[in-house]
Structures are given as C-alpha cells and as structure tokens.
Design a protein around this ligand. Structure first.
Ligand SMILES: *Cc1c(COP(=O)(O)O)cnc(C)c1O
Length: 466
C-alpha cells in the first residue's frame, strides 16, 4: 500500500517514509491510497481481544510489509504494557447507552500517549534500520510537550528538544517535561511567550541547511501514524459495545481534528458508526462549520480546555480530501483560497450530506464548568474540561437514544485540577505513577528569546553528527 498527499503533487510513499516525512512536500497530508476494510466476521472476531492484539490486527494492513510483523507486534505490546489500566482504553458506563472511553491511562495522562508512545518506537525502529538519526524540535504552551518527550525519551536514534515559555506553564506541566532527565531529552525555558517559542521552531524548520544538517523532524498531529494508532480505540470501543451487529456513536472533544479524523477512518474501514459529534470550546470554528457550512478564521481565545484552543485544524484537510472525492487539485485550490480569504463555504447539498453523520456543538467556559459540576453530581465522575465538553456535546446533539453514545475522555482530571476544583469543590489527585512528581529532580536550560542562541544550543545537543 502506498500513501498519497491530499494536495496531489507529491510522489506516493511507503509507510516508513510517510512516518519520517510527516508533512508532504506539496504542503499536503498523507493518506492511504487504498483503505483496508474489515468484514463483519473480522469485526466480530475482534471483540474481547486484548488491546495490544487488537491494535496489531487493526494497524497491520497499513504497514504493507515495511515493518516485519513480529517486530511490529513486539513494539505494540511494549507500547501498551506501559499503560496503567489492564484494558488500556476502558469503557465506563455513565447511563443507559451513555459511555465514557477513558483515554488517559498513558504516562502523561492524555489521549495523545495512545499514538505518541507507539510513534516514538516506530521512529526508532525505522531509523535504526535505515542507519539514520533525527532531531525532534517542538514548542509547547505546556499541555502537549510532555507527551512528545515521553514518546522519545531513551530512543537511541532520536534527540528531542522542546521549547516552553519560561514561567508561563503550570508547575505540573513543567515538571512533567523537566523531570525527564534522559540524555536524549532537552528542555529549553525560553524567556518569552509561547508564540516566540513557536516562531523559533518554525524558523528552524524554514532554514533548509539547518534543517538538513540536523535532520530536523516533528511528531505533530499531522503525522499519519498518529491517526493510524488512534483508529484502534474506536474499533475497541465499538466492538466491545456490539459492533458489527449494532451501530455506535461517538462524541469527540476536538482541536486539530486528528482524533475525530481517526473515527472517520474507522468508519471507512467498516466500523458501523452512526453519528459523530464534534465538541468545541469558545474556539468554535469547527462547530460553526458543521452548523452553517462556512468555515471562517477567528482569533484564538484562551479557555479552560487549552488543548482545543486552535484556530485552524490541520487534520481537517484530510476530511476535505475525502469530501472532495480524493481530488488533490481541488483540495489545494481550496486551501489556497482559505489562506487568502480566511473563509470558505461548502454548498447546502454538501452540508446536508455531512450532517447525516456529523454534528458540532460548542461549550464556553461557563457551560464547561457547569457540565463538569453536573456530571459529577449525576454520575460521581470527575471529568477534565476537555472530556466534559465531549460528554456534554454528545448529550446535546445525540439523535437516537437507542444507539450507544461513547464520549472520549481525553485527559485525566488531575491534569486540570484548578478547573475541576472550581466546578466540584474536589481537587483530583495525581495517579500513583506521578504522585512523587514534585519531589523529582528537574533539568532544563533557560535561554534568551534569541533564535541564534537557540539554534546553537540545538546544534550542540543533537547527535546527528556524532
Ligand atoms: C490534543 C487534545 C485534544 C484535541 O485533539 P485533536 O486530535 O487535536 O482534535 C483534546 N483533548 C486533549 C486533552 C488533548 O490533549
């Protein structure tokens, strides 16, 4: 199987090259040229499999021989053995046909671990085989850097440098990054803002000689392998609740559209999904699109659910590619127009087609707090702000009470203790694995907000030249 770009102007690549490339050279995102399909018998045989075994069955067709099957099975087993719950992605019942899929049992307590923990291992495996190394560089406002660091720590072929704005992350967020003292991990506290950090990372990627010399790479959410790994928990939840004999609906708190795109992928592969609800916070560009068919850029406002404070969802392009019948030229034109006009719309017919499956719903911070409070009173569950948006959106938009609605819980409540405490009066405790976080030694370097200084630092720590 090979992969093509959503903009249609890059050569097709095999899985291992797509993994390392991330973004296609024409600016597009990679997708499989042919989608694997699971029959009803396949899906029925998945019910009850341990998570790691199911994961191999679901992902195997995407590799197309670029990674030996035994090696892949070992990587997958090792990945999910490090999770805190025997079921890896357990379902919890909130009410009749009302379910929560807990995706916070990985090392950093957020759903990104489910894909990134595997991605780090896949990177290392493929790079070792090719005799190459990479330097991963990224910027974080605090909430997602730790998932990338945990994914890359101690990987022999990878060095990772993460920039965060000094003094502007929460202490838990900083400590989740800076207490990882593996030799291949470097944290830089930049004397500046998150935007300064992000601008420096962009500048490093735009400096072609620097990029080539250091083999710069990223593990961001446009990487196909992340989508691939996220398909697994939809299939796990769906088959546990009765698929293929019964249809399932999902509600997904959404930022970059990567998580929800994996649901479209699962459906395309045969999982009977009857409804998808896309939950947004006040940065509601997606909710508005699914209501009106118009997508228009707005300013990002900070909210209680920072991982969804996003203006333009990069993975939406994959969805457009599907909507446009895989016409890369049409997607490229569309993206070009969107960049120019900061807005686009799809016609009424297309919107009606979209709404047969997808609905959007938004909750501002007040509504989010109210949802956390109400869900706690009703079910006894403490939900983080992102997860609460998922549950509340699913309840608000569900069309059919007889179909199970599964809301994705994307973060552990202890990751966002202030919001949870404000809503419920209860401060959620960190789980066992992080209970000594405040006693662990930290390591990070403080650097001025100066591109050349940061580049010199990266040159020194990267071992590509060694
Ligand atoms: C990243 C993240 C999201 C958004 O996921 P996307 O794939 O970007 O849509 C939601 N919740 C949490 C806790 C996250 O970390």
């Amino acid at each position: 199987m090979s992969y093509h770009s959503t903009r249609g102007r890059s050569p097709a690549l095999a899985f291992d090259d797509v993994l390392l490339a991330g973004l296609a050279r024409d600016g597009g995102l990679y997708l499989p040229e042919q989608w694997p399909h699971f029959s009803k018998e396949d899906l029925a045989s998945f019910a009850g499999l341990p998570y790691a075994q199911l994961a191999v069955r679901v992902m195997r067709p995407f590799l197309d021989g670029t990674i030996a099957e035994d090696d892949f099975a070992a990587l997958v087993a090792e990945t999910y053995a490090g999770f805190d719950h025997a079921a890896v992605a357990p379902l919890r019942q909130l009410g009749r046909n009302d379910w929560l899929l807990e995706l916070f049992h990985g090392p950093t307590l957020a759903f990104k671990d489910y894909a990134l923990q595997l991605l780090g291992r896949l990177f290392d495996h493929v790079l070792t085989k090719k005799g190459q190394r990479v330097t991963i560089v990224g910027a974080t406002s605090g909430d997602t850097g730790s998932a990338a660091i945990e994914a890359c720590r101690d990987r022999a072929s990878v060095d990772i440098v993460i920039l965060h704005p000094k003094g502007r992350t929460s202490e838990v967020q900083r400590r989740q990054m800076t207490t990882v003292t593996s030799t291949n991990v470097r944290n830089i506290a930049v004397e500046g803002t998150f935007d300064d950090c992000q601008d420096m990372v962009k500048a490093m990627f735009n400096d072609q000689p620097f990029r080539d010399q250091l083999h710069l790479s990223a593990v961001n959410s446009i990487n196909w392998a992340r989508i691939m790994a996220q398909i697994v928990y939809y299939v796990a939840a769906g088959t546990a609740l009765g698929a293929p004999h019964r249809a399932i609906s999902f509600a997904v708190p959404t930022g970059n559209f990567g998580n929800v795109y994996a649901a479209f992928a699962a459906r395309r592969m045969g999982l009977p999904i009857s409804q998808l609800v896309v939950g947004s916070n006040s940065n509601d560009i997606l909710a508005r699109f699914f209501e009106t068919g118009t997508m228009s850029m707005a300013e990002v406002v900070p909210t209680l659910s920072p991982s969804m404070d996003i203006q333009v969802s990069s993975n939406f392009e994959r969805y457009l590619f599907d909507l446009f019948g895989e016409d890369g030229t049409r997607v490229a034109d569309f993206m070009e127009r969107f960049r120019r006009d900061r807005q686009f719309e799809v016609g009424e017919t297309m919107l009606a087609g979209i709404n047969r499956l997808v609905q959007g719903y938004r909750l501002n911070d007040l509504a989010t707090t109210e949802a956390i409070r109400q869900l706690y009173q009703e079910t006894g569950e403490l939900l983080d702000p992102h997860s609460a948006i998922g549950v509340a959106a699913g309840r608000a938009r569900r069309r059919d009470e007889t179909t199970p609605m599964v809301a994705l819980a994307t973060a552990h409540p202890a990751k966002f203790p202030d919001a949870v405490e404000a809503a419920t009066g209860i401060r959620p405790a960190l789980p066992q694995r992080l209970s000594d976080l405040f006693e662990r030694p930290e390591r990070y370097d403080v650097l001025p907000n100066d591109l050349e200084t940061v580049k010199d630092y990266v040159r020194q720590v990267a071992r590509v030249n060694a």
